[in-house]
Design a protein around this ligand. Structure first.
Ligand code: SAM
Length: 260
């Protein structure tokens, strides 16, 4: 900790953690019947918050994008963290996602409690290119829990499938090209989690890779380019989050961890 600028350590942005508890009336129970069977609606005061947020975002419209990027890079304290990490530990993939997952792993509770020395952690990583979460998990296990074995399966839009629009794929394939056997791109090789047959392919892939062992950790970090609809980011990514959630619930063992 001595190496970090004290301003960074006290930065409010690094203290943001929220704890949620199932209300006593059990409102959060997963419905036993068909899901999404009622009309959608507006939640409490959220539509007002959305309007306010988009109004603030619009007040930036007249700034030149390069100038604005320069400014946000300059005032972003996380940028300094990445530089220190690059110099000190040279992560396999030094990206913001690597740091994000390292932070989550450091808080604890991500690796299931029953996964101890001599056990094998089986993990699945949805929408994962270029693979920062996987590299970060590998680093954490090797350095903090060297006696835990690790098997993993990754998925993402296949950057080698020419039918996938380049704009939706991450072209950085440094990890994927070296670990191709561990990636599941589905029957049609697109890697698209929306394809109806994808889940069957993924289950079969995990079955082979994990020798029937249960899956203790699923991550899903899917995102889409919302540049043409910046005010509707949540609506645009909601279907992807929905599919990721359904896949994770089918894959995970009881007591496993889901990071979305
Ligand atoms: C923010 S990146 C994930 C970063 C990753 N967690 C990491 O640590 O490097 C979002 C990913 O979602 C993927 N993605 C978007 N739509 C997808 C879909 N329909 N099926 C599979 N992957 C998708 C993108 O290709 C991209 O790789």
């Amino acid at each position: 900790m001595d190496h970090y600028d004290p301003d960074i350590l006290t930065e409010e942005a690094f203290q943001k953690r929220f704890h949620y508890k199932n209300p006593t009336d059990d409102k959060w129970k997963i419905p036993q019947c068909a899901i999404f069977s009622c009309e959608g609606g507006v939640v409490g005061g959220l539509s007002g918050v959305k309007e306010g947020l988009n109004e603030v975002k619009s007040s930036l419209n007249h700034y030149e994008i390069q100038k604005w990027n320069k400014h946000t890079t300059f005032v972003n304290p996380s940028g300094k963290v990445l530089n220190v990490l690059r110099r000190r530990i040279q992560p396999e993939l030094s990206t913001q996602a690597w740091c994000k997952f390292h932070e989550l792993l450091s808080y604890g509770n991500v690796i299931p409690t029953n996964c101890g020395a001599g056990d094998t952690l089986c993990s699945v990583h949805l929408c994962e290119a270029p693979g920062g979460f996987i590299a970060s998990l590998n680093h954490h296990l090797k350095s903090q829990r060297p006696n835990v074995k690790h098997k993993w399966v990754g998925n993402t839009l296949n950057p080698y499938y020419e039918g996938n629009p380049l704009s939706s794929c991450i072209v950085d394939d440094r990890l994927i090209s070296r670990t191709l056997k561990s990636w599941c791109f589905g029957q049609d090789n697109t890697g698209d989690v929306f394809k109806p047959e994808f889940m069957d392919s993924l289950s079969a892939h995990c079955h082979n890779e994990f020798d029937d062992a249960t899956i203790g950790l699923v991550t899903a970090d899917g995102s889409l380019n919302c540049a043409d609809k910046p005010g509707e980011q949540e609506t645009v990514v909601a279907p992807l989050h929905h599919v990721e959630m359904l896949d994770a619930l089918q894959l995970l063992c009881s007591g496993g961890t889901f990071v979305m």
